[in-house]
Design a binder for this molecule. Structure first.
Ligand SMILES: [Zn+2]
Ligand SMILES: [Zn+2]
Length: 281
């Protein structure tokens, strides 16, 4: 199973000289199973370069599943600019939380209103299916891929996902606030012994204390959580727009002295589960 990071930033895209090495695109992670299943975790602006890469591979049809953690802008804003969604013959299933108050399809269609965009969701030429899933539900893809959704604490709610393929698994847990005096115990169960954990690291420990209502974790909580869940590797993710390359790389260097299994997610980095960490392409 291969995991590639296409957008690792939180809140808003942050291009510029201070973020050029780690990347300024918002949340988007590609997961490929050895069976060839394509899973896309979130549709922030990183989904555009992913789409261009998928088209460059010249596959006749692109078929994939897009799992949304939630519908805050930084997790859906790339969707209208995902080139494969505009090509007839491609097929994408978008999955996200079933809510009592509003259908996922309507929520996604809102960002295509002509006040904001010159084209509508239904004008996308690819076959697009929108499927609502519930907290605790497991979706089966192909023959061997299982994806379990679990609700986590974030303003308006968010889903964490565990993707399993045979004995391998990756857990994606972003936009997540742990309880003030501990960790999300239910999520520890979901993440237990995953090969790779991708975890919200929006804040420094001091910032997390200052902004408890923002619904994010610190990198310190990400580390404590990874230890509690006994995961193989931890990728820090969803950096604050004000976190510069220098700050983050300094932190990584410091952390790796004691925790060599922790690394920064970076745009273009591919990690092969069950093998060594790959270098950025
Ligand atoms: Zn976010
Ligand atoms: Zn959010």
């Amino acid at each position: 199973m291969e995991v590639t990071f296409w957008g690792v930033r939180g809140s808003i895209p942050t291009p510029g000289p201070e973020t050029v090495r780690i990347g300024g695109n918002t949340s988007c992670v590609e997961v490929r199973t050895p069976d060839g299943d394509l899973l896309i975790l979130d549709a922030g602006t990183g989904i555009r370069p992913l789409g261009l890469a998928l088209q460059a591979r010249c596959e006749e049809r692109v078929i994939g599943h897009i799992f949304l953690s939630h519908t805050h802008w930084d997790h859906i804003q790339g969707l209208p600019f995902f080139p494969p969604a505009r090509r007839r013959g491609n097929r994408f299933t978008i999955l996200g939380e079933k809510r009592v108050d509003e259908r996922l399809e309507r929520v996604l269609a809102w960002q295509y209103m002509d006040t904001y965009l010159p084209f509508a969701l239904k004008e996308m030429e690819a076959d697009i299916l929108i499927k609502e899933i519930r907290d605790g539900e497991t979706v089966v893809l192909g023959e061997h891929t299982l994806v379990t959704a679990q609700r986590i604490d974030h303003p308006g709610g968010s889903f964490a996902y565990r993707i399993r393929w045979h004995g391998l698994s990756v857990v994606y847990a972003t936009d997540l606030r742990h309880p003030p005096t501990g960790l999300d115990e239910q999520l520890i169960e979901l993440a237990h012994e995953a090969n790779l954990l991708i975890h919200d690291a929006h804040f420094s420990p001091e910032e997390a204390q200052r902004f408890p209502d923002w619904g994010h974790s610190s990198w310190g909580q990400a580390i404590a959580f990874a230890e509690a869940a006994h995961v193989g590797q931890l990728a820090l993710f969803h950096y604050s727009p004000s976190a510069t390359d220098d700050m983050l790389e300094g932190l990584e260097k410091e952390l790796q002295v004691e925790h060599p299994h922790i690394f920064l997610s970076r745009e273009g980095l591919t990690v092969r589960l069950g093998g060594a960490k790959a270098t950025p392409k």
